[in-house]
Ligand binder design. Structure first.
Ligand SMILES: Nc1ncnc2c1ncn2[C@@H]1O[C@H](COP(=O)(O)OP(=O)(O)OP(=O)(O)O)[C@@H](O)[C@H]1O
Ligand SMILES: [Mg+2]
Length: 432
């Protein structure tokens, strides 16, 4: 996360947004269902409170946040990112009279953080307006004195990162991985297909959250950006995102399009297939960068089968693995136009899924055992957070630094000590 504008740009943007806002206020209030109309950034908290666009987001007091988290009890901490600490909480009668008991995740902005208010507003802006089954729901927020908090639906199984890269314990099955890829693809396709398209910009395994049934949803909209409109071909921005996931042309030119997200999707699909992180310095140097190492092997069937995640052995048909690998190969094309659109990705993955289901059914009916399908035992799928543990060392983002994994150090474009990439975003939209 980490959004920053120059003062003049900010004023121009505010003026534009005010006009847009006035127009928007004449529109009927959006409903709860999948809505994909244009997110318009609120200028400040007053704007946010007054705008009918955010009327389905609850506003909480700080005292209510304290009650919901049992005074921010340390054993309720789910994790910590660049924005701040995330707590598990419950909003019920004791917190607010008449409130239906709801499990939530409460993210408290670290005030020493970078561009905090802007990130916080960006998150409320996008998640407060966009509703889709594959986007984490923003239930509400708190903005009182210097306190800034966000209240999300609670995602019982934590992040994809935790499950995919855990060193011990059960692993994600092939069918679960494919379902997660499909869910996440649907989330991105929804954003790209909105009336005013949105580019997510921070697609990575730690931002894909899983509910208790392992349905996947995208979280963290701090870097999201309105996509190009009309005859614009791209949006110009300073480069932000995460090392290993950002599209090469975006890193080189700062030109952002929805195809940059498709590249990020390709990286995650590759991580799901190979079971390795996008960047892993603990491997031999030629294997540090997953895409550089693995992409050339994806279209060589024998080589591909040798590099697939060994923990998946026996759970997929070679043909299915090759098809998914080919899709990843296309998403990771150096040429953005060579990448599929996200709605095409959804279609392809849906087809795979139904073919696989038919195959499983045929095998079950014939009593055969050509495919071994594992299900993770229920109790071993509990997240560390549910067990009251923190992430293992090396997997947490830097606590206490007040900086997002996706955030830049103060004056540079590329940030390497953490596996991430980033910078200030003094972006304005431009055509080409
Ligand atoms: N809605 C949620 N439900 C359950 N757990 C959540 C929820 N939101 C965040 N978390 C957990 O809280 C932790 C911190 O999340 P956060 O998004 O702040 O940081 P991050 O994704 O690790 O890093 P970054 O700052 O780059 O986004 C993660 O482990 C995540 O799984
Ligand atoms: Mg995150």
């Amino acid at each position: 996360m980490g959004i920053c504008f120059s003062i003049e740009e900010d004023q121009m943007l505010q003026q534009h947004q005010r006009l847009q806002q006035q127009k928007q206020e004449q529109q009927p209030v959006q409903c709860e269902k999948s809505t994909s109309s244009a997110p318009l950034a609120p200028r400040d908290v007053k704007d946010l409170r007054e705008s009918p666009v955010y009327s389905n987001v609850d506003i909480f007091t700080y005292e209510e946040m304290r009650l919901a988290t049992k005074r921010f009890r340390p054993d309720l901490i789910l994790g910590e990112g660049g924005f701040g600490i995330v707590y598990k909480g419950v909003i019920d009668e004791n917190v607010r009279q008449g409130y239906k008991t709801t499990q939530v995740a409460i993210k408290e902005l670290n005030r020493e953080g970078f561009q905090g208010d802007r990130e916080w507003l960006a998150e409320v802006n996008y998640l407060g307006q966009l509703r889709h089954p594959n986007l984490v729901k923003l239930i509400g927020y708190c903005c009182e004195d210097e306190h800034r908090l966000l209240v999300y639906e609670y995602m019982g199984s934590g992040s994809l990162e935790r499950h995919l890269f855990r060193r011990v314990g059960s692993t994600l099955t092939w069918s679960r991985r494919m379902k997660i890829a499909l869910d996440a693809a649907k989330g991105l396709a929804f954003l790209h297909g909105a009336e005013r398209p949105v580019i997510y910009r921070d697609f990575k395994t730690s931002n894909i959250l899983l509910d208790a049934d392992f349905n996947a949803k995208l979280s963290d909209f701090g870097l999201a950006k309105d996509g190009p409109m009309g005859d614009q071909t791209h949006v110009s921005t300073r480069v932000m995102g995460t090392y290993g996931y950002a599209a090469p042309e975006y890193v080189m030119t700062g030109h952002l399009t929805s195809r940059s997200d498709v590249y990020g999707f390709g990286v995650v699909l590759l991580e799901l297939l190979i079971g390795r992180r996008a960047l892993d310095k603990s491997r031999p140097s030629r294997e540090h960068n997953l895409v550089e190492w693995a992409r050339p092997l994806l279209n060589h069937n024998k080589k591909l089968l040798r590099i697939l995640d060994p923990r998946l052995e026996g759970q997929y048909s070679d043909k299915a693995a090759m098809k998914v690998a080919h899709l990843a190969y296309q998403c990771l094309s150096q040429n953005p136009k060579g990448r599929p659109l996200m709605n095409q990705v959804v279609e392809i993955l849906e087809n795979f899924q139904s073919q696989e289901e038919n195959l499983e059914e045929a095998i079950l009916q014939s009593g055969g055992s050509g495919l071994t399908l594992y299900e993770v035992p229920k109790d071993t799928t509990r997240t560390q957070s549910q067990r009251g543990e923190r992430e293992p060392e090396g997997q947490t983002s830097n606590p206490g630094k007040g900086r997002s994994k996706s955030e830049p150090p103060n004056d540079c474009d590329l940030y390497s000590p953490s596996p991430d990439l980033l910078c200030n975003d003094n972006s304005t939209s431009s055509g080409s």
